[in-house]
Design a protein around this ligand. Structure first.
Ligand code: PEP
Ligand code: MG
Length: 320
């Protein structure tokens, strides 16, 4: 039994018929790449998590609880450490996502009546552009120092012009892989146009659910609306994945939805090319994909899209 387990809980993500799906880590700092992530090249050694890279490096943890923004040098050091430690050297780094659940006092932003609908994510660059520019400078410098080619993405991108503006700033600094998180329905609806400006998309299902279902993501009473098996959410993901396939560009999922082993088969069936999650979910998701063919994943996706409520979807999609 041990041999079987180690055969499926290591190595790259694949369906049973070898369709590749990148399995990536969500991290908040280099510490999250510590002893928990020790996949050795031989496949022997400690039972660590074997991921193919970092799919979401949330940089705001560097900025929390600060009176002043972290300086340029401090940012370079923090990013360089992650670029050097990441499995396979692959890191998708997200620029600062401030606002709502992550208020940052040093930004000095005025209180807002509807913070989730206000100046948050990339929108902070409207009022404090130097914060984003410094961060992009630090990312570019850290990448040079580590010999890395990071993928850089912005949170809360809503329009094509925002994406174009962000891409221009990033490319001016030599960053070659520029993307956006899809967290707002407006962005999902225009995914194909966004991909005219960008190299990849990463779907943040936590916020995309919040904004699609008009339901505060922290609201316990509304958990059924925020259920990632909701067909309206899956439909938006399907549209993004189709746009990615048409453009020949990667579209991943990095919200909580990616960590549900059975839903992961649905997401793969919808056409997403990577799944990013916290370390403990990697092995169960890898095992689930390894037990399903791509055709079965597509069947699961059709069934889930056809269900009228998330409980029904879960019941109809049976694990192999
Ligand atoms: C998301 O919104 O799904 C996401 C991954 O970003 P965060 O949870 O940091 O808002
Ligand atoms: Mg988010």
């Amino acid at each position: 039994a041990d041999r079987r387990r180690s055969a499926t809980s290591r190595g790259p993500g694949r369906t049973s018929d070898d369709h590749p799906v990148k399995l990536l880590l969500n991290i908040g700092s280099v510490d999250d790449l510590g002893p928990a992530v020790t996949g050795s090249p031989s496949g022997e050694g400690p039972a660590g998590v074997d991921a193919e890279g970092v799919g979401l490096f949330r940089t705001e943890f560097l900025f929390l609880d600060r009176r002043e923004a972290p300086g340029y040098e401090e940012q370079v050091a923090a990013y360089e450490a992650v670029f050097r430690a990441a499995p396979g050297g692959h890191v998708v780094i997200r620029t600062l996502d401030a606002g709502t659940d992550k208020p940052l006092p040093f930004l000095g932003l005025p209180e807002e009546p509807n913070p989730a609908l206000g100046i948050r994510g990339l929108r902070v660059s409207r009022v404090r552009p130097e914060v984003l520019d410094t961060q992009l400078d630090a990312i570019a410098e850290a990448a040079r120092a580590a010999g890395a080619q990071p993928w850089v993405m912005a949170p809360m991108v809503t329009t094509v012009s925002e994406a174009a503006d962000f891409a221009g700033r990033a490319r001016a600094r030599g960053i070659t892989h520029v993307g956006a998180m899809v967290e707002v329905p407006a962005a999902a609806l225009r995914a194909g146009r966004l991909l005219n400006e960008l190299d990849f998309l990463s779907i943040g299902t936590n916020d995309l659910s919040q904004y699609t279902f008009a339901s505060d993501r922290q609201h316990g009473e509304l958990a059924d609306l925020l259920d990632p098996w909701q067909a309206a959410l899956l439909q938006l993901i399907a549209d993004c994945a189709a746009a990615g396939q048409a453009a020949g560009k990667p579209v991943g999922v990095c919200g909580e939805a990616a960590a549900d082993p059975l839903l992961a088969t649905v997401l793969v069936g919808l056409g997403v090319t990577s799944l990013s999650m916290s370390a403990p979910s990697i092995a169960p998701v890898r095992d689930s994909l390894a037990a399903h063919s791509l055709a079965r994943c597509r069947d699961n996706a059709r069934v889930a899209l056809g269900a009228d409520d998330p409980l029904q979807a879960r019941k109809l999609v049976l694990p192999d």
